[in-house]
Design a protein around this ligand. Structure first.
Ligand code: TYD
Ligand code: MG
Length: 453
């Protein structure tokens, strides 16, 4: 008999056979809740379903291979979608509450509607009057977007069936309620059922559907990860509340590259595209200070320069702190270990703080060298030249490894007025003409050349 999996995690959707305080799959605490089953299926002896149809692959028309796309005309959004909106696709837009998802999607809805799509924006959180108020603030109140304030899934699907739109936006999936599932809206079973019905509907009726999902902190409401595997495209809208930058990041995309980002700025009139994110992320940089390094990174297909800041201070006896914002904590510990073992620079007895400026989050190992230089610069209280960019991966032996897209990184640095670059030895020439190139073999060499230790 199949194992009875009647509990699931509201964070990651993993199924469990019993309740426990911590999800073994994702490590979240207090996130496991009991599932309410769907109404039982038929208990007939035969399989019972109706016979479907199979199509030989070779009989499919070739144009079906490349799905048609509609561009929003917002370059930052179209790029993240992989070149525009694909018909009959399901997209999840996740993010913290208040980060600007509704604003982004209302603006996108208006753009798509202007480009000839029939768009229905279903709001389960606000009244139509509230959405209209926001539209007025964004200068979009004359857009041909249809609104519906509804949470009952059956009613929504009936409406969609009758209206036959090209794009539906569901804001948010956690407020939707399927009446054949016995649990409360927002529970894992409800969110799963609603997402499943909406994505199936999208596929069969050739409609694109965008689901909004709030990232949740407490376990009572299922987070967007529960539906990630059901949709074609998963976008996360990120940013720090205190900063005006917002980043839309594709973490999964069946129709385009993942890891692509779009950069926006939250203004009094909604989200504005940021065409030159490097300039924006470096705009807050003051005079050269110890601990500050400019990293030439790549996000998706695009170069992005940003500032990495480190601070080192004496620790209280026996408890040195390691605190990271915008980068991986494990990676920081690795860099500290390499600095200690391979370069003889110890951070014992010191608190270490690392921050990626502007609320950006970096996951590239190419940032290793920039982080190491920021740490040593902070420890030695020695500022780096203002016009130097740094990148390169550090291996455990302390050697520098070349990184992808060196040429793009160098070009971007040059475009923004940088004059020198510290980087791993190039295996292939190209890019960087006009920059003073300091190609290095290992971390110890860089530390010696830059800080003289
Ligand atoms: P919202 O789109 O409601 O966030 P979400 O749907 O992700 O919960 O955006 C909320 C925040 O955005 C709110 O704090 C106000 C701010 N905002 C602006 O700064 N400018 C604007 O033009 C709009 C519409 C919102
Ligand atoms: Mg909202």
């Amino acid at each position: 008999m199949a194992k009875d999996l009647s509990f699931s995690c509201t964070e990651c959707g993993a199924a469990h056979s019993k309740w426990s305080g911590r999800c073994e799959a994702c490590g979240a605490w207090n996130s496991i809740v009991e599932d309410k089953p769907l109404t039982a299926g038929p208990k007939a002896k035969s399989l019972g379903g109706k016979r479907g149809r199979t199509i030989p692959l070779t009989d499919l028309a070739t144009e079906e291979a490349a799905p048609p796309r509609t561009r929003a005309g917002v370059e930052e959004l179209d790029r993240v979608l992989g070149g525009g909106l694909v018909a009959a696709s399901a997209i999840l837009v996740g993010g913290d509450p208040g980060i600007g998802k509704s604003t982004l999607l209302l603006q996108a809805a208006a753009r798509f509607a202007r480009n000839g799509l029939k768009v229905i924006y279903v709001t389960g959180e606000e009244s139509t009057a509230q959405v209209q108020m926001r539209a007025r603030r964004l200068g979009l109140d004359q857009s041909p977007v249809h609104l519906a304030a509804e949470t009952n899934l059956r009613d929504i699907l009936t409406t969609l069936e009758a209206e036959n739109p090209d794009l539906v936006i569901i804001d948010s999936i956690q407020t939707m309620w399927a009446d054949n599932v016995e649990s409360a809206p927002g529970s894992v079973s409800q969110v799963r059922a609603a997402a499943h019905q909406l994505t199936t509907f999208a596929k069969t009726r050739n409609i694109a559907v965008i689901l909004v999902g709030h990232v949740t902190k407490e376990g009572a409401i299922a987070g967007p990860r529960v539906v990630e595997h059901m949709v074609d495209c998963v976008l996360y809208f990120e940013g720090e509340r205190g900063h005006q930058f917002r980043i839309l990041r594709a973490v999964k995309n069946r129709f385009g590259p993942a890891d692509e980002i779009g950069v926006f700025e939250m203004t009094g009139k909604g989200l504005a595209e940021v065409k030159n994110p490097s300039a924006l992320f470096l705009s807050e940089r003051g005079t050269p200070a110890p601990g500050s390094v400019v990293f030439a990174g790549i996000e998706g297909t695009r170069p992005l320069l940003c500032e990495i800041q480190a601070l080192v201070s004496p620790a209280a006896p026996g408890q040195s702190r390691r605190s990271v914002v915008g980068w991986d904590g494990g990676r920081l510990n690795m860099i500290l270990a390499v600095l200690e073992s391979r370069c003889g620079i110890s951070f014992t007895g010191l608190d270490v703080y690392l921050n990626v400026a502007g609320g950006l989050r970096i996951s590239e190992p190419a940032a290793d060298l920039a982080v190491a230089c920021a740490l040593v610069s902070a420890r030695e209280d020695a500022a780096l030249p203002e016009t130097c960019v740094i990148f390169g991966e550090i291996s455990l032996s302390g050697a520098l490894r070349p990184v992808a897209q060196t040429e793009n990184r160098l070009k971007e640095a040059q475009k923004l007025g940088f004059t020198s670059a510290i980087l791993p030895v190039l295996t292939k020439r190209g890019g960087g003409a006009g920059l003073e190139m300091r190609e290095m073999r290992d971390l110890a060499g860089v530390i010696e050349a830059v800080f003289g230790i």
